[in-house]
Design a protein around this ligand. Structure first.
Ligand SMILES: Nc1ncnc2c1ncn2[C@@H]1O[C@H](COP(=O)(O)OP(=O)(O)O)[C@@H](O)[C@H]1O
Ligand SMILES: [Mg+2]
Length: 761
């Protein structure tokens, strides 16, 4: 990122306001520097928010319905549960001392207002910094209008050195030096620079666009040309243009200075969402007029003109249009026309890649495909949306959503996957092998979200469809689905038999991923049924994964085997497998899988007599993992048994005073810290850990704990303290969590014990 210039006053002011209000919106015209300022404020405030500072860029979000999902994803909060994303988010943020930065809210004002309002009500320690052209209009919102950078006063004679006190000049000088390393402000060009910055009204984006012109023009020449343009715009009058129009004029000028081919490309690139790579630009934006082999040079030209921003993402380079510049491109595209064909090519391109990702996903390139899909999600969403809304082959949406089945699962986006699959299945009802595939994916995602009603509905539909199709792949999916249904019903022997059959069917159609997935899933019912084939099934799964170069399926097989080891009481094997499984999952965001590995790790710690470690891991599972995910999402019944076993043993190891303390420490881990801790890496805590003594409770919570100990219900507590019942409930939930308890009786016991033996610390 380029250097940050000036803004001392605004930075101080924004930080001061944020210490007084919980919602601050930075407003101002496009290009004035709201986003840059917000990022800077967030960086400087990092230490003030022990639970984190999150940035969510909403510019590329087109479907307002996906707002809560987008925020949840940016926060890395998984969305498996049957609850709405907004509920999951509020639950996650309810006790966080965190700053949420929502960048570019202007096109989603109403939705942002609702979201912000809800989050602020449920999370008393949360603060939100928004940027938007307009205020959100939420109660309690304060706004800070971001002014342009300071510009020189023309009535005085400015020398090169006095100009340095103006931020606009400094920005110009910096950007100029980037284009022309020898550029200096000296007494010969000082007056022209001063006039130019004023002319541009100190709008950073305008200054950046003008500075790149130094490649071919002098400051004087730039100024002359701009003067001509502005004369034209104001009809010769001397009054200044409104700021939007100044910027507009600048962008117009940049546009006019592009070659016709660059102009066409600029307009076309505006349909991408959240950036794009060169391959996509070549495939989507080229046609008879703009042959693919020219795109590379044109992209380079647009980068030189500061129209495109280059971004490095791992080993790959992506490009992005600044939001204001992108919107301009969209307007131009509307004039030039051809948007529909462009969107069709965009949709086709992402469909092709989604299918390729599906084909190659089970293999060496798994992590690459994963990273690619994560980066391209905004584009994939608009392709899906276009296909469904514009009725451009709803089949394309079905194909994309179904092809991404494993990705929805492996990246913790189960809810989003279900959303798209359901829409596609509705829009494209024709009986086809593709429909069978989509039904299977929809059923599987619902199953992993523990939404059995919906899962069984898809199952029914799939079995009806299979009867009318003569499609071996569809039969394989149905058999695989039967195995899951039998597992759910507790008919383990039947489940194993169906898995065997599914493997056969997948093998017959050459679906290696299908074989490996079904094989590794079958270890679970085999283990639950006490089938002696467990080891053989496991080894076969690993062999299949190794042959393909896969990590994720292998990690699943390892977890299933580790829980089998728990069941047999083989601590060493359980520990080694859970650990390796966790390592394998690291490049992915497989939250359910990670949670399950942490369960095993906790069990292992308890079994080895490491009470503190076990209690911390239980705290993590309670507060971070299953709270985010919704326990039912991973409701393998034996997990619950294992969990209660671990908890009972850990309590016995530590006693009723040390257990809550260690548990409470675990509740303060972040997901990443939890994984690192489970892998026995050193974990650094953001906040000093508070002991789970009464000090962990606020005065109010202590008061409520006393009332709980007197046997009062939430309703009675609410009446006695004159607070809402919901508030009383929330307090009690907080108390339970902070102390690591699961019942009111435990609170009562704890209060009584404290009275008897007041804490020494
Ligand atoms: N204080 C600053 N220092 C350096 N560059 C800035 C500054 N403020 C804005 N910019 C640059 O100006 C351009 C527009 O700023 P941006 O924050 O995206 O505006 P907005 O969010 O108001 O539309 C960006 O390229 C940004 O990097
Ligand atoms: Mg912005």
């Amino acid at each position: 990122m380029t250097s940050f210039v000036g803004r001392r006053r605004e930075l101080t002011e924004a930080k001061r306001l944020l210490s007084q209000t919980r919602l601050l919106t930075l407003t101002g015209v496009g290009g004035v520097g709201k986003t840059r300022l917000a990022l800077r404020v967030a960086a400087e405030l990092h230490r003030a928010f022990p639970d984190g500072v999150w940035l969510v860029d909403l510019a590329s979000l087109e479907d307002p319905k996906l707002l809560p999902d987008t925020v949840a994803t940016a926060l890395d909060v998984s969305d498996q549960s049957a609850r709405s994303s907004l509920e999951v988010l509020s639950a996650y943020l309810q006790d966080k001392r965190a700053l949420l930065v929502l960048d570019n809210c202007e096109h989603l004002l109403d939705e942002c207002a609702t979201l912000v309002d809800t989050l602020l009500q449920t999370g008393p320690e949360l603060r939100i910094l928004a940027t938007s052209r307009q205020a959100l209009g939420v109660d309690g919102e304060w706004t800070l209008s971001v002014p342009p950078l300071s510009v020189p006063d023309l009535s005085r004679n400015q020398s090169a050195s006095t100009l340095r006190q103006y931020d606009a000049v400094n920005l110009f000088a910096e950007r100029a030096a980037a284009v022309l390393p020898s550029f200096r402000i000296d007494d010969r060009n000082a007056a022209a620079v001063a006039r130019l910055c004023r002319r541009l009204e100190g709008i950073p984006l305008a200054i950046e666009l003008a500075a790149v012109r130094l490649r071919s023009l002098s400051v004087h020449q730039i100024l002359d040309r701009l003067d001509d343009r502005f004369q034209l715009l104001t009809g010769g009058s001397r009054t200044a243009l409104p700021r939007q129009r100044t910027l507009r004029a600048l962008i117009d000028w940049s546009f006019d200075l592009c070659s016709p081919e660059e102009q066409a490309l600029w307009a076309r690139l505006s349909i991408f969402s959240g950036g794009f790579d060169l391959d996509a630009a070549e495939a989507v934006c080229s046609d008879g007029e703009l042959p693919p082999e020219k795109i590379f040079d044109l992209v380079a030209g647009l980068i030189d003109k500061s129209v495109l921003v280059r971004e490095e993402n791992g080993s790959r380079v992506r490009y992005r249009l600044l939001e204001t510049v992108r919107q301009y491109g969209r307007e131009r595209l509307a004039e030039i026309g051809g948007e529909t064909e462009l969107r069709q090519r965009h949709c086709d391109w992402y469909r092709r890649l989604a299918e390729q990702a599906r084909a190659e996903w089970f293999g060496e390139r798994q992590a690459d495909w994963y990273a690619w899909l994560q980066a391209e999600l905004p584009n994939i969403r608009i392709a899906l949306d276009f296909s469904l809304e514009a009725r451009y082959e709803p089949r394309a949406a079905t194909a994309i959503a179904a092809a991404l089945g494993m990705h929805w699962l492996g990246s913790g986006r189960l809810r989003e996957g279900r959303h798209w699959l359901a829409r596609a299945l509705q829009a494209d009802p024709e009986a086809s092998p593709l429909r069978a595939k989509a039904l299977w994916q929809a059923g599987k995602l619902a199953y992993f979200c523990a939404d059995m009603a919906e899962s069984l509905a898809w199952y029914q539909e799939l079995s009806l469809l299979v009867a009318t199709l003569d499609d071996p792949a569809a039969r394989a999916y149905l058999t695989h689905f039967e195995a899951l249904v039998a597992l759910f019903k507790g008919d383990f022997a039947r489940s194993v038999a169906c898995y065997d059959e599914a493997c056969e069917r997948y093998r017959a159609i050459g679906d290696a991923a299908g074989v490996a997935i079904a094989r590794s899933e079958s270890i679970l019912p085999a283990s639950l049924a006490g089938d002696e084939r467990v080891r053989a099934l496991y080894e076969e799964s690993l062999a299949l994964c190794s042959a393909a170069g896969d990590r994720l399926v292998r990690s699943w097989a390892m977890w299933v085997k580790s829980s089998d080891a728990c069941r047999r009481g083989d601590v060493r094997e359980a520990a080694a497998l859970a650990r390796e499984s966790l390592e394998l999952k690291r490049p992915f965001n497989d939250r359910v899988g990670i949670g399950l590995c942490l369960e095993t790790a906790a069990w292992v710690a308890a079994a080895q007599g490491q009470g503190e470690r076990a209690a911390r891991l239980l705290g993590v599972l309670y507060a971070t993992v299953w709270r985010e995910i919704d326990p039912s999402a991973a409701d393998f019944r034996d997990r619950m048994t294992l969990h209660s076993e671990t908890e009972a043993k850990t309590r016995r190891l530590l006693g009723d005073r040390a257990f809550p303390a260690a548990f409470a420490e675990g509740t303060r881990f972040t997901f990443e810290q939890a994984v690192a801790y489970a892998l026995e890496e050193t974990v650094e805590f953001a906040s000093p850990s508070r002991p789970a003594s009464s000090a962990a409770l606020t005065r109010r919570e202590m008061q409520i704990a006393e009332l709980v100990a007197q046997g009062l219900s939430n309703k009675e507590i609410a009446a006695q303290l004159v607070i809402a019942q919901r508030t009383a409930e929330t307090h009690v939930e907080h108390i339970l969590r902070k102390l690591g308890f699961t019942s009111r009786t435990q609170i009562a016991a704890w209060v009584t014990e404290r009275r008897a033996a007041p804490e020494s610390s």
